[in-house]
Design a protein around this ligand. Structure first.
Ligand code: UTP
Length: 296
């Protein structure tokens, strides 16, 4: 297959968000706000800025709010216009115009790999991006978005690409960890991939984070990989077997990751993002001062 542009991005959003209960009992985790936007919007903006004009959500039960959010809301726009709030009306309309949106259901939460497999009808025959929206990625001005960094490597070297981050040794057991050969600065050819290795057995400290450019060949490997750990189809298993057939590169991405998957990490992300924003930094600092918070 020749090197192609990556126009589609898959968002697996059918998970149950159990680590964030009870907040996620009725609200999809992806719709929780981070400052002024739902988490999912950061991911969609990243995909669009990376060149993906087609967004495919793999949704499940209780995720209608995501569909409604990216749909046009004519009544709300009308009311805002009647109230003289044209700027707000434009803001609301622009959300539905960011990209073309498509939805496919994952009938049961049978794992991330299964969710990606559910997206096959939309991504057959082309390289496509995958974003896990729990991880919000922020890049410095002038640096491409993280998915865009992966797309650049794909365009240069062909093949599939995953985002890597170096994690402390005591945290490797939480992630998929690669063994690979460095081919250029910050780029590895992946030779093996272990999901949540036993402490001490990790092949490196390079952990896979939630951004991927995948070859359509992944679908065959997902179908063949069967139900692994926890009775789920694991994306990691399929990428490992894909790497035996086709090149899979790991890229140490440039940027900052805000994990929003649990209450504690979401709180850190909210504070971290607020401190980065000119208009909010002062509010956080003066509130901490008012509360007499000076340290632990
Ligand atoms: P997580 O491992 O974070 O699972 O999934 P989760 O269900 O969202 O959250 P917890 O662990 O119960 O708190 C990683 C990504 O894969 C998606 C999730 O929506 C999330 O974006 N996913 C996971 C699916 O789409 N389907 C699944 O069966 C599992």
């Amino acid at each position: 297959m020749t090197v192609s542009d990556v126009r589609k991005c898959l968002f697996p959003v059918a998970g149950m968000g159990t680590r964030f209960l009870p907040a996620t009992k009725e609200i999809p985790k992806e719709m929780l706000p981070l400052i002024d936007r739902p988490l999912i919007q950061y991911g969609v903006e990243e995909a669009v800025r990376s060149g993906c004009g087609e967004i495919v959500f793999v949704t499940g039960r209780g995720k209608r709010a995501i569909e409604d959010y990216f749909d046009r809301s004519i009544e709300l726009e009308q009311i805002l216009i009647e109230k003289g709030k044209a700027d707000s009306a434009r803001l609301v309309r622009e959300i539905s115009q960011m990209a073309d949106f498509a939805y496919v259901r994952q009938p049961e939460p049978l794992g991330l790999g299964h969710a990606v497999l559910c997206g096959e009808p939309f991504c057959r025959g082309c390289y496509f991006g995958v974003i896990l929206p729990d991880d919000v990625m922020v890049t410095p001005p002038g640096t491409p978005p993280v998915l865009g960094q992966l797309v650049q490597v794909h365009q240069r070297l062909g093949g599939s690409v995953v985002a890597l981050e170096e994690v402390p040794p005591e945290e490797t057991f939480r992630y998929g960890i690669i063994r690979g050969k460095q081919v250029e600065d910050g780029v590895f050819r992946i030779e093996d991939l272990v999901e949540k290795p036993e402490p001490g057995s990790e092949p490196s400290r390079h952990a896979v984070m939630g951004r991927y450019v995948l070859s359509p060949g992944i679908f065959r490997h997902l179908r063949n990989s069967g139900f692994g750990a926890g009775g789920e189809i694991q994306l990691t298993d399929a990428i490992r077997s894909l790497a035996e057939d086709e090149p899979v590169w790991g890229v140490m991405y440039k940027g900052e990751r805000f994990d929003c998957g649990t209450m504690e990490s979401w709180l850190r992300a909210t504070l971290g993002m607020a401190l980065k924003r000119e208009d909010l930094r002062g509010i956080v600092l003066s509130e901490l001062e008012r509360l007499g918070v000076t340290g632990r």
